[in-house]
Design a protein around this ligand. Structure first.
Ligand code: TMP
Length: 211
């Protein structure tokens, strides 16, 4: 596949939306044909699954059900959007992908990561992001921001300890794959965060253009 697959990850409230827009503009200015998308979601069916996943309900949602729905949405997203875009040589910029599953279901919910590995193999058939930005900040900072917004979804209502574990899960992923996943200190003022993002993108493209 000739396209480029870029993902942006991070806990809630770390400024993901604002910085995704910044990354998108940077890539467009570089002359890339950019398609933006998100997970869970990205197609009509996958957005329906997202709704099912994030709706608060009285019934307890089993961890396995949650995990399978994440991957069900991902399978549809890959088949309908991500793979076709990459085949057309586009730059796909996704708000979250499988690192989020390792962080939230693996870290947050403490699920066995070998199960996530197996689903990843089945659903992705080798597809991996080329480049990932992890917007990192202590969980309590982001949670304060989303709570002040006055509405939380089913996952956002988890306790801070859940998000502490998700953060550790993300950082472990970055440590294990430092050539792909870059940690940005998102607890800094926005201008500094974007300076870090720009430097990281520039360095990534410099390396890529050399090879
Ligand atoms: P969002 O708030 O970035 O739109 O993401 C929706 C929620 O879904 C967020 O709480 C993170 C969670 N999530 C997982 O738990 N596992 C996953 O694999 C993905 C993609 C998201």
């Amino acid at each position: 596949m000739s396209g480029l697959f870029i993902t942006v990850e991070g806990l809630e409230g770390v400024g993901k939306s604002t910085n995704l827009e910044f990354v998108k503009n940077w890539l467009v200015n570089k002359g890339l044909n950019v398609e933006t998308t998100r997970e869970p979601g990205g197609t009509n069916l996958a957005e329906d699954i997202r709704e099912l996943l994030l709706t608060k309900r009285e019934e307890n949602v089993s961890e396995t059900c949650e995990l399978l729905m994440m991957f069900a949405a991902r399978a549809q997203h890959i088949a309908q959007k991500i793979n076709p875009w990459l085949e057309q040589g586009k730059c796909v910029l996704s708000d979250r992908f499988t690192d989020a599953t390792y962080a939230y279901q693996g870290g947050g919910r403490q699920m066995d990561t070998s199960i996530i590995n197996q689903l990843e193999d089945i659903v992705q058939n080798g597809l991996q992001p080329d480049f990932t930005l992890l917007l990192d900040a202590p969980a309590h900072i982001g949670l304060k921001r989303i709570q002040s917004r006055g509405f939380t979804d089913r996952i956002e209502q988890e306790k801070v300890e859940f998000f502490d574990r998700a953060r550790e899960g993300y950082l472990a992923r970055a440590k294990a794959d430092p050539k792909r996943m870059f940690v940005i200190d998102a607890s800094q003022p926005l201008e500094d965060v974007q300076t870090q993002i720009e430097a990281t993108l520039t360095a990534f493209f410099k390396t890529r253009e050399k090879t």
